[in-house]
Write a protein that binds this ligand. Sequence first.
Ligand code: PSV
Ligand code: MN
Length: 426
Amino acid sequence: MRIEASSISAQNEKHLKVHQRNFDFLTQNLSEKGCDVEQIVQKLSNFQVAIPSWALGAGGTRFGRFSFHGEPSSLEQKIDDVGLIHALTQTAGAISLHIPWDIPSDYTQIKQHASSLGISFDAVNSNTFQDQKNAKESYKYGSLSNTSKNVRQQAIDHNIDVIKIGEKLGSKSLTVWLADGANFPGQSNFQTALQHTQDSLKQIYRALPEDWKMFIEYKPYEPNFYSTVIQDWGTSFMLANECGEKAYTLVDLGHHLPNTNIEQIVSTLMYKGKLGGFHFNDSKYGDDDITVGSIKPYALFLIFNELVYGMENNPQNPDLAWMIDASHNIKDPLEDLIQSLEAIQEAYAKALLIDQDALRKAQENNDVTKCQEMLQEAFRTDVRPLIQQSRLKSNGALHPLEVFRTLKVREELIHERGKNTVATGL
Ligand code: PSV
Ligand code: MN
């Protein structure tokens, strides 16, 4: 199924008058405060977030999995799903593949298919947290950190294969997330595990094409519950520095212990030019992978405030790779992803309202009350007309979720694909 621009604009017709009124009202208010509304709308239009191929099927938990039917059962269909989200939101122009879940059989055809939908290939992700069928070695006790040289070599080779697959697709980065760690005290020698991981990452780094980046993700716990080799941003940062200038830290919002000040981590990494990418999701307790902005929208806004500051003031930091990394246990993944994209755009738009120079001045003067007021004033502004305007300009939907339902997208997908298809992924 494809959604034509004409059916989106027909749906937009119904809301145009109200949208114009809201947008004009907000534009006037913001302009009086010195905001450049046109520039903000342009920045929102330019902002693209990759959709992970593994988030298009039902996620499930270790207790069960409930299908919502019509899941994509091939890479082509996963790209179709991202195409649907992108047609509606104009914000999801890329897909991030996980290997070996998504190995293309015909590269030329898959590239043509993606580009016909305006979709490019973002970071490729390696998988050394599961054993693959017929694999010689097992990752039960780790991959890049394993005590066995043969296991480490298999994991290194896999990452190099993933780079080769990504090259054929036009990807420009590799994301490495390791489940390596220990479940019990005493199980692992921390220093040896770290040393092995560093050596293995350096070997993968050497295979990286000139114009590629390597992103090193960290996570405090799960699936190992006592220790994780790359447990925090400091370890990732240290490893990225050891590897070289093309290696960066990747921040996944769910990979922090409760109440961690993620905005400060973001700021430190950008200051050092080492923040490479971002995985968006939200959580209440752990790596819950739920809809972005559903639990802590203010924290997300504070993170975006630092990102905006960094994007304007840290030329030493490269452009960031944005991706949603969520799991959909009970909601339709496409609806959930649309909600996440909206929440990301909202936090970004609110952060763009902050007058960074004025904030700096208030900070220099230690005017704490004013600093807080400035942030909260921006956060309390309803910026949705700005996001809608940016979508309208790019032929997206004013109300993507409503159009998704009005056009009966899920029903159509079930009709095309059948009820019991299952997407690859976790
Ligand atoms: C791990 O929890 C993670 O966030 C990594 O990004 C993985 O690649 C992804 O989830 C999918 O398992
Ligand atoms: Mn992640």
